[in-house]
Design a protein around this ligand. Structure first.
Ligand SMILES: N[C@@H](CCC(=O)N[C@@H](CS)C(=O)NCC(=O)O)C(=O)O
Length: 228
């Protein structure tokens, strides 16, 4: 049985992490049996979750999990895609995971830090504010190092909105990103949109996402056809 080591479900999400949801989505798409287990991020091989456990083997990182499932279980998450579509998918994946992600993180940790207590609910009560302050300090530092955290709030959300606009424009009226069937990029799009729209965390990024009816329909479709 495959075990997915993940964060504890929070904010109405199966994982508060978009990468954690992406990994669940890929496993659902694979049709393989698996269990999603809340796990301690400090025990993860790279200090991050999700991690896939297959027997004694630990596979960190959602993209490495994808490659592992493809190589080991002969799952094809990009079946039928042309070289051009693969290139487009790759570019959108980078935009989402390497840039939009940090704007989502800003929306939670900088703009709405007071709403994040549920993330620490499993800790002893006296430790919760201490750990929250420590994690917030580390995340704020990583936003500064990444670069996005150096900009003003309006500009950060303006960039986030332009990413959402690009995703909405490319998706247009298609059922999934490249047509009728869901591929790996749909798992990624779903995971990151779900993390913006589902938690009760108000941000201009959420307002922008709610304007794109096709992104909302995509999330709903992916949820009902793949996740449930
Ligand atoms: N590239 C990794 C990113 C995973 C990641 O950034 N996970 C974050 C949560 S969204 C994490 O575990 N952070 C814990 C930490 O940095 O201490 C993937 O695709 O899985």
């Amino acid at each position: 049985m495959l075990i997915l080591r993940n964060f504890t479900p929070t904010f109405g999400l199966p994982s508060p992490s978009p990468f954690g949801i992406k990994a669940i989505a890929l496993l659902k798409m694979s049709g393989l049996a698996f269990e999603n287990h809340p796990s301690d991020v400090r025990k993860a091989p790279l200090g991050k979750l999700p991690v896939l456990q297959d027997g004694d083997l630990l596979i960190p990182d959602s993209s490495r999990i994808q490659s592992y499932l493809e190589d080991t279980y002969d799952i094809n998450f990009t079946e039928g895609l042309s070289a051009e579509q693969l290139a487009i998918g790759r570019a959108f994946q980078s935009m989402i995971e390497e840039h939009l992600y940090f704007i989502e993180v800003y929306g939670r940790w900088v703009d709405n830090n007071h709403l994040l207590q549920p993330l620490f609910a499993s800790l002893p009560r006296f430790l919760q504010p201490i750990v929250q302050r420590m994690v917030t300090k580390n995340i704020t530092k990583s936003l500064h190092q990444q670069g996005i955290g150096r900009h003003d709030r309006d500009y950060i959300y303006q960039v986030g909105s332009s990413h959402l606009q690009a995703l909405s424009d490319y998706l247009a009226e298609k059922r999934f990103f490249f047509g009728d069937r869901a591929h790996a990029i749909d798992a990624i799009l779903y995971a990151f949109i779900e993390c913006i729209i589902t938690p009760d965390i108000p941000t201009p990024l959420k307002d922008a996402a709610m304007q794109h009816q096709n992104l909302l329909r995509h999330a709903q479709r992916f949820k009902s056809e793949v996740m449930e």
